[in-house]
Design a binder for this molecule. Structure first.
Ligand SMILES: NC(=O)c1ccc[n+]([C@@H]2O[C@H](COP(=O)([O-])OP(=O)(O)OC[C@H]3O[C@@H](n4cnc5c(N)ncnc54)[C@H](OP(=O)(O)O)[C@@H]3O)[C@@H](O)[C@H]2O)c1
Length: 266
């Protein structure tokens, strides 16, 4: 039986204003996190009000905005490595990453790590001068070694199927290289797998003030993600047990209504 005795805080009328700031000092403090010895995995995603993870062009760029970009830059500055599924790297045209120039950050270059079962490294990364790290299984490693330097291919085969990727071992392999602050930028298939393995410490979700209908997947998707116009999740798949999430803060862009939430899963 539900009761109506829960207290509520009204957040919106008394906002703390965060004016534009190239160094983003205040925003950086809001997202500051000590990775500890075990590391910290933060995921940053954008969703429309009706839950879509991409816009009509099948890209997330068509549903994000300048408010999202401010936080996106801060999170990149705070990361040692950006982790993406190969699908996101292909769709979104990832190349070697640069740190945002105005936001204070560490000296080392920002690494890119790709999760792929197939081992197929997107061509623009093969052609680039700073190859990504590749987290993959046994068969994928054989393929990836033809496309990336051998010391960048981190084979982390899963116990139940050596061609699958053991994401927990992958995270440990990154930590062994000193990459403890991990920022996952996509995509929905990878996020679902990371959540299923209880590897996500924090989920930052930008809610874009628009709706895109039932075609796109949510920010978590059953594998493989559906093409535009398809529901990637078969009807009748039961929901997982709810995982508690604690709101660390909520930002609001007054011009557009964009909401940027920081949820802690630990
Ligand atoms: N809304 C957002 O914030 C956001 C963020 C990122 C991307 N997106 C959008 O999401 C769409 C792509 O979705 P997606 O779900 O296909 O992206 P994805 O998770 O990046 O890519 C899926 C592919 O990544 C590899 N992969 C992911 N998880 C894996 C795992 N646990 N083990 C082994 N390999 C794994 C596989 O690559 P192989 O095929 O090489 O084995 C798989 O086919 C694009 O439209 C993109 O624009 C949205």
């Amino acid at each position: 039986m539900r009761s109506a005795t829960t207290p509520l805080d009204l957040l919106v009328p008394r906002p703390e204003h965060l004016p534009p700031d190239p160094a983003e000092t205040r925003l950086a403090a809001l997202y500051d996190e000590d990775p500890g010895t075990g590391g910290w995995l933060r995921a940053n995603f954008v969703s429309t009000v009706d839950g879509g993870a991409w816009g009509p062009d099948h890209l997330s760029g068509s549903i994000n905005d300048d408010a999202d970009w401010r936080v996106f830059r801060v999170l990149r500055a705070a990361a040692d490595v950006v982790l993406v599924g190969a699908g996101t790297a292909r769709h979104e045209g990832y190349t070697a990453l640069d740190r945002p120039c105005d936001v204070p950050a560490g000296d080392r270059p920002l690494e890119l790590a790709l999760v792929t079962r197939s081992g197929r490294v997107p061509q623009q990364l093969v052609d680039g001068d700073r190859p990504p790290l590749v987290l993959t299984g046994e068969a994928g490693a054989r393929t990836a070694r033809r496309m990336a330097p051998a010391d960048h291919v981190l084979a982390v085969p899963a116990g139940h199927d050596p061609d699958e990727v053991d994401l927990r071992a992958g995270r440990a392999a990154l930590a062994d290289r000193g990459l403890r602050r991990v920022l996952c930028e996509g995509g929905p298939t990878l996020l679902a797998a990371l959540l299923a393995d209880d590897l996500v410490d924090e989920l930052c979700v930008t809610t874009s003030p628009c709706l895109v209908g039932p075609g796109p997947s949510r920010i978590v998707a059953a594998s493989p993600a559906g093409a535009p116009g398809e529901d990637p999740r078969p009807a009748g798949v039961p929901a997982s047990a709810p995982v508690p999430a604690r709101l660390a803060h909520l930002l609001h862009a007054p011009g557009t209504g964009t909401l940027l939430a920081r949820w802690l899963l630990r």
